[in-house]
Design a binder for this molecule. Structure first.
Ligand SMILES: [Ca+2]
Length: 463
């Protein structure tokens, strides 16, 4: 820890976080927002992103008609903190959610509340998985909300209004949430624009797709990740958690391929349902004035680096698909953006596009200029963290070129040259030629820990 201590001591100064000014542009006809989120879909799990065995024709079409952000990240790769971050436009250090069960601070004005204040009808269906009561978040219309974190995809307890007791609702949840979203489009208040949040459970485990999709992919033909290892290089402190124990170590390849086939099946089914919702949007005459956003909430390793879960700061944990189709950006249709972005940039982006004043404290950055192609990016690095409860297992900084991961429990670090090693297979932290790079990344990571007031990580470094 000595190298870290040397950097940290002079740098423990107070930081002020910038507050983004609200955009003054007022649209003559404010666009609707359809925001679709999948659960545990890694960035590469899109047909158009490269894995040709995986069929996602509807999402591919959405990407061809819109913009695909190839370097979108979440700062904390598990469901609840990730969702809290994009619902508030803030890091967990600011909104209070750093693990399952944490509550968003009561005084924070959320994204849906912000849209509601600007005259939007806000609606939500699907997986909730956040603790603060939903009505406080500002969703006016709700239907078939799944309060739990995970579960099978059939016959689940749902609430129709926040505060109600969950009741069993029959059917497949991916289809149910789509039906509910379509129902909202019929029932909506036609005098107001809408903000509709559709939060799917798929493709989170248990990986049991509906029948046609169970056998859509032959496990024997499934590719293993290029950075597959039967045994992780070391234990970062996560190998005893549930997600990692779904298969034994060494990872049995036939069983792993079956998991991948089922994961792909869940994604293709989800894709078909998203296609149904997008067709509904067109048939109801809404597509030309609706911004459609699709993203994952965190990634998944499924064999990469020997892991199974998402609790890693490797690309497979923190990097997710992100597609934005804005009817007024048809000139950019089919383009990609490699800017380093967070999901909590979506709130300020949408607020700017809709002329919605931002509440104080939002930390995301608007991606409007990046989307329009007038600016290449909004930051030169992204950061990540993962704890098990109060144990700071890992922290990370990632620039376009390099990634440094600090492992606290394993007491080591890893440096990757992502330009030459996109699958993070060659740890260069011991390379004498790269010590200056390591030091600069350590310095910037510590700056971030201070900015985030990440006491558990800072205390661990000072010990
Ligand atoms: Ca998730």
């Amino acid at each position: 820890m000595r190298t870290w201590r040397k950097i940290i001591q002079p740098r423990c100064v107070g930081w002020l976080l910038g507050v983004l000014a609200a955009n003054a542009a007022i649209a003559s006809e404010r666009p609707n927002i359809l925001f679709i989120v999948s659960d545990d879909q890694v960035h590469s799990a899109l047909g158009i992103a490269g894995d040709t065995r995986l069929q996602t024709p509807n999402l591919d079409r959405l990407a061809r008609e819109g913009l695909r952000f190839t370097h979108a990240f979440v700062p904390l790769p598990i469901c609840t903190p990730s969702r809290a971050a994009f619902l508030t436009g803030r890091f967990g250090s600011s909104n209070g959610v750093q693990f399952f069960g944490d509550k968003i601070h009561e005084n924070i004005v959320t994204w849906p509340q912000t849209m509601a204040r600007n005259g939007y009808q806000t609606a939500m269906t699907g997986k909730w998985h956040n603790v603060r009561d939903g009505d406080y978040y500002g969703f006016e219309w709700t239907g078939n909300v799944f309060i739990a974190g995970m579960g099978p995809f059939t016959d689940q307890p749902m609430i129709q209004k926040f505060g109600e007791k969950p009741q069993l609702v029959k059917g497949n949840t991916t289809e149910l949430y789509t039906d509910t979203a379509l129902r909202f489009l019929d029932e909506r208040d036609r005098d107001r624009p809408f903000f509709l949040y559709v939060a799917h459970q798929a493709p989170h485990d248990p990986r049991v797709p509906v029948p046609h999709y169970t056998d859509l992919y032959d496990p024997a033909l499934m590719p293993l990740p290029p950075n597959f290892r039967p045994v992780p290089k070391f234990d970062p402190g996560t190998l005893d958690i549930r997600d990692e124990r779904l298969l034994p170590i060494p990872r049995p390849i036939p069983k792993l391929k079956l998991e991948i086939a089922r994961y792909f099946g869940l994604i293709s089914h989800l894709d078909a349902q998203i296609g149904r919702l997008l067709r509904g949007l067109e048939e109801k005459g809404l597509a030309d004035n609706t911004i459609v956003i699709f993203c994952g909430d965190n990634g998944l390793t499924l064999g990469a680096h020997g892991f199974l879960g998402k609790q890693t700061l490797h690309e497979e944990g923190i990097r997710i698909p992100l597609i934005i189709r804005h009817p007024r950006l048809r000139g950019q249709a089919g383009q990609t953006r490699d800017a380093l972005v967070y999901l909590h940039d979506l709130m300020p982006t949408v607020c700017e596009w809709t002329g919605t004043p931002l509440p104080e404290g939002v930390q995301g950055k608007s991606l409007v200029t990046v989307s329009e192609g007038t600016q290449p990016g909004v930051r030169d690095a992204v950061f990540g963290r993962y704890n098990e409860r109060k144990v700071p297992l890992m922290r990370m900084i990632r620039t376009h070129r390099y990634k440094l991961i600090k492992y606290f429990k394993a007491e080591r670090e890893e440096l990757f040259d992502l330009e030459n090693d996109p699958y993070e297979m060659n740890d260069l932290s011991g390379d004498p030629d790269l010590q200056q790079v390591c030091n600069e990344l350590r310095r910037r990571l510590i700056d971030w820990l201070v900015e985030q007031d990440d006491r558990i990580a800072l205390d661990a470094l000072e010990r």
